[in-house]
Write a protein that binds this ligand. Sequence first.
Ligand code: F6P
Length: 557
Amino acid sequence: MSQPVDPTTTPAWARLQALYESLVPDLRGWFAADQSRAKSFTYTAGDLYVDLSKNLINTEILNALVDLADQVGLVDRRDAMFAGEHINVTEDRAVLHTALRTPEGSSLVVDGTDVIPEVHQVLAKVYAFADKVRSGEWVGVTGKPIATVVNIGIGGSDLGPVMVYEALQPYVKPGLKARFVSNIDPTDVAEKTKDLDPETTLFIVASKTFTTLETLTNARLARSWLLDKLRESGAIEADEGAAKAAVAKHFVAVSTALDKVAAFGIDPENAFGFWDWVGGRYSVDSAIGTSVAVAIGPANFADFLAGFHAIDRHFAETELASNVPALMGLLNVWYVNFFKAGSHAVLPYAQFLHRFPAYLQQLTMESNGKGVRYDGSPVTTETGEVFWGEPGTNGQHAFYQLIHQGTQLIPADFIAVANPAHPLVDGDNDVHELFLANFFAQTAALAFGKTADEVRAEGTAEEIVPARVFIGNRPTTSIMAPELSPRVVGELIALYEHITFTEGVVWGIDSFDQWGVELGKQLALQIAPAVSGDDEALAKQDSSTQALITYYRAQRN
Ligand code: F6P
């Protein structure tokens, strides 16, 4: 494995620094002077139309960013990932989410095994299960078909499935619902099950490791809920045999640890496996997406995977100068490291994508929120910006003020589709057109601003003019697609996976481990006895923690 190149020592970095220092951002002037600017900086990848022209770039800057990618070895590292090399060095693992969407018939030998046939065997099992649930062939313990699938998982075993389920609502089989339980706050499982009929509910326990405290606790709570309700109504007897039969009909699992699934009491026949080379936050396209496959059906799930694959091929095969994920990742580096932007907004103008920013938070921040490089040495520049966002137009009425007129530079990605799922009209107005008018108006306003003279020309009193000036030059990327189909959702996810990868390569970090999260898991287990009344354990805590726990114990009824 090659060592990370310190990006700050490359000639391209020095060039970018010089370009940054001499840059006078002027999107108004740049667009006025160059009628072909939009065309020059617009690219396609799969079904995605990506306009980078409202970014603070010119051809020289973009070329220098591409040079930076060359000089840090992006192509080699990308190829190493696709080939199954162990680029996740701290866990000594291959990183092969791209294999999950590689079409049947291909071959990729990793650590002595061809992984593609294995991927398709599991997919076939997931699809057969999905078909059974959807057709009513899979019935609960009392013979009733399933009406609600409840996915129990957290992090990558939740955020992807719930985001995609929400994004693809028009594709969900009528009469079939999915719900998602993630938080160990008992409210979550209680609220999500309170109106469900246990006889028609199927739980999918999704956990890569099958050790995650939240998921196993929620799975046990769900099992108790199921058995209590079935016994209360007389649907099953009180004996262990009846409980086992009910669990077999109402619980399936997704995990890389099938032995632990069996120990939990779920028949391995009803378990779907995956592999340690799939990171949690890269796993929605594995069996972790079973809840989605059930909801939208195997054919749509296959289209979803095809979308990922289209962007994988684009990323793997397109020269860097027009490689959309690479360019978007490099632009993020430009803003984080040169403009010192600490955050990045993702603003979908598509209500169905309302969980997309939350999904991206794990993908990007668990991947690139690192302070050491993959050889253990400290990073040499800022890494890992904060990703956040809300769907437009809701965000416009909440935080856009800060993006337009605040003192921080916040690059933003705007995402929209041409064809809405619900083409409603309000009188003569096509409401989707009004919606998209907001997208276009916002990106233009952020880029071009509003000068004091323009404000004055509206008759504004002089003392209010400064408050109404928009300086502009707020960078945005516009991403559009024909419609929010399964394929396009797959394309969007893969786009951001490879953007994240590109940034990680420039910074020299392992974007595939998550040791920062592991610490929290251990600490919670250590502290739990103190919370439940163990005074010796309490005495070992710091004074603030002791006081908080003491307060809790005094207040708890
Ligand atoms: O948050 C840390 C993490 O390890 C994520 O990477 C993962 O998606 C999540 O926990 C859930 O883990 P598991 O699928 O093993 O339950």
